[in-house]
Structure formats: C-alpha cells, structure tokens
Design a protein around this ligand. Structure first.
Ligand code: NAD
Ligand code: ZN
Ligand code: ZN
Length: 345
C-alpha cells in the first residue's frame, strides 16, 4: 500500500510503498477514505527522529476516516464496511483519566509506549490504517468522510478548548480567535454554535480573514500592531473574556495577552513556541492561562453529532494522497485555506 512517511530529518515527506498491516486481536483495520494534514506534523518533522517514540520512517496522519476492512479476533460492535473516524489520542483505556474518556491525558501512555496514530504509531496518511482498539472508532454513518475527518483534531482540539470557557461566553462577551487556519476556522464556527459571544478573528492574510467571516466571525482583522487597539475598541475598552491562540507563535501570544480582559481565559492551543510570562501585573487580574492538548472521546462523539445537525462544517481543500509533499510545503508557507484533506487513490 501507499503511505506518506517522514523518512529523514529536515527532508520533505515521501510517498512510499509498504506492506499493508493485518489486525491483531482487538484491533481494527480501516481502509482510509480521507486523512487530514495538521500543522503539528511540521513540528514533528522538525524534531530529531526518535522523539515520538518510534524511529523514522513514520507514517504520518493523525486525522483519519475510513471503512472497516478487517476485524481482529474478539472485536465486536462493528461490521465490515462501517464508516468511522478515528479518535487519535490513544491511551491505556483504564487509568483515571481514560476512565473518563480523557485519553488525551492518559497517565500511563508514556510508560506503556502508547502513541497516537501518525505521532508515533503508523498514521492514516496511507491506504490502510490499523486502529489499536474498537473504542477509538466513532461511527459517522452517511456523513461525508472528507468533510468530517478534520473534526478529529482541527475540530476536537478547539471544541475541548472552548468548552472550558463556555461560562465566559455570555451575551455581550467577546472571544478573540488568533490564527484562522485548520483549527481556528472551526474554532470560530464552534463559538458561534455554542454561544452568543461576539467573535473577533485575527490572521495575517486576506484569504484567511475571508474564511473567518464565512465561518461566522463578527469582525475579522489583520494581526498587526494595531490589532490590540481595535479589539479594545470593540470591547468598550475591557478586552476579551476569552482569547484562543491557534498559532502559538510569539507575536500571537503577545497579542493574546494584549487582548485579554480581567477574569478572562487565555488559551494557547498552537505549538509555535511562543512564551507568555505569567505573574502579578504580567497578565490581567484573574486571567486563567491554559495549554490544552486535543480532546476527550466523548467530546469527539458530541462533535460528530454537531456536524450531523449542520452546526459545524470544515472548509476543506481536497488533494490526492500522492500530493502530500506539495501539501506540506503549501501548509508550511501558509498557502492552505481551512484544512487540507488527502484522499487515497
Ligand atoms: P494552520 O497552519 O492551518 O493554521 C495556523 C494559522 O495561524 C494560519 O492561518 C496562519 O496564517 C496563522 N498565523 C500565523 N502567524 C500568525 C500571526 N502572527 N497572527 C495571526 N495568525 C497567524 O495550522 P493548524 O493545523 O490549524 O494548527 C494550528 C496550531 O495548533 C499549530 O501550532 C499546531 O501544531 C497546533 N495544534 C495543537 C494541538 C493541541 O492539541 N494543542 C492540536 C492540533 C494542532
Ligand atoms: Zn494535529
Ligand atoms: Zn490511561
């Protein structure tokens, strides 16, 4: 089968021919119907081989959708041909966090060598992907897998980040979204679907700002040295109650704190390496700073239901699996609008 692999440190991904896997006991083999391309992969490929627990070559792709192609011994509840998406942050399934469905915060994953697909385990940018346990599958029925696959990360991560702040998203409050890429544009849709808050979105290019408006932002503005003043003006001088940074680079982290109000939630989702000094006088009074990772199993189920009701719809650029090297290059240079989804041939 074909697989998109990170082969050599600092080099572009390669589309390689590798043997298709077979499901062992408890595992499920999916024929991939669609797989999303996340900016985190670029971070992964900037780390020395081995950082993610497996040596290169590593099959990328932590957003996967597919149909059940084979069931390992003992798997029940699924039939061949069922359409599903994959919950990516695999955990042990039995620690305190996993028992609540929060496998993204599994306390034993590291010790047990459990890695998410595409971030250590072989990922979904391939003709087939092996899923370690049927509990990591969420049925999607007749939803379009290409439209739905970004929800497994570009949707789930903002959904989790926004849920922690729902009590601050009341009528008359403001949410600022920094970075309207794969995660950010779904983040804007989710705030609109879940709250009555005013949404102000910021990015660096006109096409991203256009996507922000289409996604429901009340105001979409350039992320520059005037932006914080515009946000203050749009919030009667108070600043925003919720600030979500979906880039996490130093300029957005600096802007995030400049936009935040008293008793706000400032949530850094992007892993761009930006640093926020926290201390008395450095952030607004009672500002709560958080760096969440991905989301829980039940949150993915909720999100698929939201998609079924039409409340969230990813803006997708479709490509063939074999286009992967070009797609990563485009993503790196900010030339993907919404989420790039690769489709095996
Ligand atoms: P993306 O490339 O699709 O989107 C990033 C957006 O940020 C782009 O639209 C870009 O133009 C914008 N941006 C860059 N610099 C900016 C600036 N100075 N001001 C305003 N906007 C700016 O990436 P993505 O796949 O949506 O991922 C976003 C970030 O979130 C990445 O850092 C990724 O690694 C990270 N991520 C984190 C988690 C988590 O669990 N915390 C999960 C998935 C992705
Ligand atoms: Zn990701
Ligand atoms: Zn666990």
């Amino acid at each position: 089968m074909k697989a998109v692999q990170y082969v050599e440190f600092g080099k572009p991904v390669e589309v390689r021919e590798i043997p298709a896997p077979q499901p062992g006991p408890g595992q499920v083999l999916l024929k991939v119907t669609a797989a999303g391309v996340c900016h985190s992969d670029i971070f992964v490929m900037s780390q020395p081989p081995g950082t993610f627990g497996s040596d290169a070559p590593l099959t990328l792709g932590h957003e996967g959708a597919g149909t059940v192609a084979a069931l390992g011994d003992g798997v029940t509840g699924f039939e061949i041909g069922d359409a599903v998406v994959v919950y990516g942050p695999w955990g042990c399934g039995s620690c305190h966090a996993c028992a609540q469905g929060k496998e993204n915060y599994c306390t034993r994953a590291e010790e047990l060598g459990i890695r998410p697909p595409g971030l250590g385990a072989p990922g979904a940018l391939a003709d087939y992907v092996l899923v370690d346990d049927a509990r990591h599958l969420v049925p999607i029925g007749d939803l379009d897998p290409i439209q739905t696959v970004p929800l497994t990360d570009a949707g789930l991560t903002p959904y989790h980040a926004i849920k922690r702040s729902l009590d601050k998203l009341y009528a008359g409050s403001t949410a600022v979204v920094l970075g309207v890429g794969g995660l950010g544009h779904i983040g804007v849709q989710l705030i609109r679907a879940l709250s009555t808050a005013q949404v102000i979105a910021l990015d660096v290019s006109d096409d991203k700002l256009e996507l922000a408006r289409k996604s429901g932002a009340h105001l979409a503005i350039k992320s520059d040295d005037k932006a914080a003043d515009i946000v203050r003006e749009a919030t009667n001088g108070l600043g925003a109650q919720v600030v979500l940074d979906f880039a996490g680079v130093q300029p957005t982290v600096d802007l995030a704190v400049a936009c935040a109000g008293v008793e706000s939630d400032l949530t850094i989702v992007g892993i761009g390496g930006g640093v926020l000094p926290v201390g008395f006088g450095r952030v607004p009074y009672e500002c709560s700073v958080s760096t969440p990772y991905w989301g829980s199993r039940s949150e993915l189920i909720e999100l698929i239901d939201l998609a079924r009701h039409g409340a969230v719809s990813a803006h997708v650029e479709k490509y063939a699996l074999t286009d992967a090297p070009d797609v990563y290059d485009r993503l790196h240079h900010g030339r993907i609008n919404g989420r790039a989804v690769l489709i095996p041939g």
